[in-house]
Design a protein around this ligand. Structure first.
Ligand SMILES: Nc1ncnc2c1ncn2[C@@H]1O[C@H](COP(=O)(O)OP(=O)(O)OP(=O)(O)O)[C@@H](O)[C@H]1O
Ligand SMILES: [Mg+2]
Length: 307
C-alpha cells in the first residue's frame, strides 16, 4: 500500500444555502490509510463537506475525487467504497436490529456466506448482541447510534466517514468505538468529525480546523498544539503584592518564552522548550504560592484558533 497515495482530494468545494456560505473554496487531501479529524464550531460546514463526499449533496462548485472517482460522475462507485455514519441516522424503525444489518449487507453486496458472521461481529463491537432481535423503534438514542455505527461498517468499506460517532454514547460504548477506530488506523482511510477534542487528539493523524466554511489550519495534533503554545505552559501563582508589569518584562527576556498571560492571580507562560524553566522560576523568588506545568491541549488550540 502506497501511504503517500491521495485517497480523497477535495477541490475548491463551495456551497451556499441561501445567504449562508456553508463551504467557501475548501481544498484538502487525505492520504490512503490516513485518519483525518475535522473539528470546528457548530455550523462550520463539517457535515456539509462530508455529505458531499458521500454523494448525498452536490456542491455549487468544486469536486471531490475519491480513489480516482468524481462525486459528479461516479456517485454509485463512491457510495460502495464508503461507510458513512450520518449526524442524524435515519433507521428503518420496524426492522429488528439484526434484520436491518442483514438488509444493508445484502444491499451492499456482502457475500451471503459472510453476512451472519459480519453481523455477529458488529453487534458485538457496539455491544448490541443481546438486542439483536429487538425492533429499532424500541431503542434509546444511544442504542440507535450504536446500530448506526454497525450499519455504516457492514460492507467492510475501504473508506469510513464518521460524523460525531460517539455523540450521546455512554463512556464505555464510546471507548469501544474509539478502540475500533484505533484498530482500523492505517488499514482504512477515515474521516472523523468530532466535538471531543481529546478524541481528535488521541486518534487522528491530522486534524483540520474548519470555521465558516474554510480550513483555518490543518496538521498533526502535535503540530497544532505546538503552534499556539509551544511545548509547555508554566503556571505560576504569585502573591498579590508583586509588580506585574515589571515581572512580565523580565519573563519576556527569556528566549524560550513565546507568550505571557496573567489570569486569576496566575502567570501563564508559554514555553518553546523546558531548558529555562528553573531560571524563570528563580525570577519570582519568594513571591510564589504555587507552580505547575501544563501540556497544551487541542481544546486550547480550538479556542484560540476559532476565536
Ligand atoms: N439543508 C440546509 N439548508 C439550509 N442551511 C443549511 C443546510 N445544511 C446546512 N446548512 C447551513 O450550513 C452551515 C453549515 O452546516 P453544517 O451542518 O455543515 O455544520 P457543522 O459544521 O456540521 O455543524 P455542527 O457542529 O453543528 O454539526 C450552517 O450554517 C447550516 O445552518
Ligand atoms: Mg455537523
Amino acid at each position: 500500500m502506497d501511504s503517500n497515495e491521495v485517497m480523497i482530494k477535495i477541490e475548491s468545494l463551495t456551497k451556499s444555502f441561501g445567504r449562508i456560505k456553508a463551504l467557501d473554496n475548501l481544498n484538502l487531501e487525505i492520504k490512503r490509510g490516513e485518519l483525518l479529524g475535522i473539528i470546528g464550531p457548530n455550523g462550520a460546514g463539517k457535515t456539509t463537506a462530508i455529505r458531499m463526499a458521500c454523494c448525498i449533496l452536490k456542491p455549487d462548485f468544486g469536486d471531490i475525487i475519491i480513489n480516482g472517482y468524481s462525486i459528479h460522475y461516479d456517485p454509485i462507485k463512491i457510495k460502495s467504497m464508503i461507510g458513512y455514519l450520518p449526524e442524524e441516522p435515519n433507521l428503518y424503525e420496524r426492522f429488528k436490529a439484526k434484520d436491518l444489518l442483514k438488509y444493508f449487507a445484502e444491499l451492499y453486496g456482502v457475500p451471503n456466506k459472510d453476512i451472519d458472521g459480519r453481523i455477529d461481529e458488529l453487534l458485538e463491537l457496539v455491544g448490541m448482541t443481546e438486542r439483536r432481535d429487538d425492533r429499532i423503534n424500541t431503542f434509546s438514542k444511544g442504542l440507535r447510534q450504536r446500530i448506526s455505527v454497525a450499519r455504516a461498517l457492514i460492507h467492510d468499506p475501504d473508506i469510513i466517514i464518521l460524523d460525531e460517532p460517539t455523540m450521546g454514547l455512554d463512556p464505555a460504548t464510546a471507548n469501544s468505538i474509539r478502540t475500533f477506530i484505533m484498530k482500523m488506523k492505517g488499514k482504512k482511510t477515515m474521516i472523523l468529525c468530532t466535538h471531543y477534542m481529546e478524541e481528535a487528539d488521541s486518534l487522528c493523524d491530522r486534524v483540520a480546523i474548519l470555521n465558516k466554511g474554510r480550513i483555518i489550519d490543518v496538521g498533526t495534533p502535535r503540530y497544532l498544539k505546538s503552534k499556539i503554545h509551544g511545548d509547555v505552559i508554566l503556571k505560576v501563582k504569585i502573591q498579590k503584592s508583586v509588580d506585574l508589569v515589571n515581572f512580565q518584562k523580565k519573563i519576556m527576556q527569556f528566549s524560550s518564552v513565546g507568550a505571557v498571560d496573567f489570569v486569576d492571580g496566575e502567570f501563564l507562560i508559554s514555553l518553546k522548550h523546558r531548558n529555562e524553566i528553573s531560571d524563570i522560576v528563580d525570577l519570582f523568588n519568594n513571591e510564589i504560592i504555587s507552580i505547575n506545568t501544563k501540556e497544551p491541549t487541542l481544546e486550547d488550540v480550538f479556542i484560540n484558533t476559532v476565536r
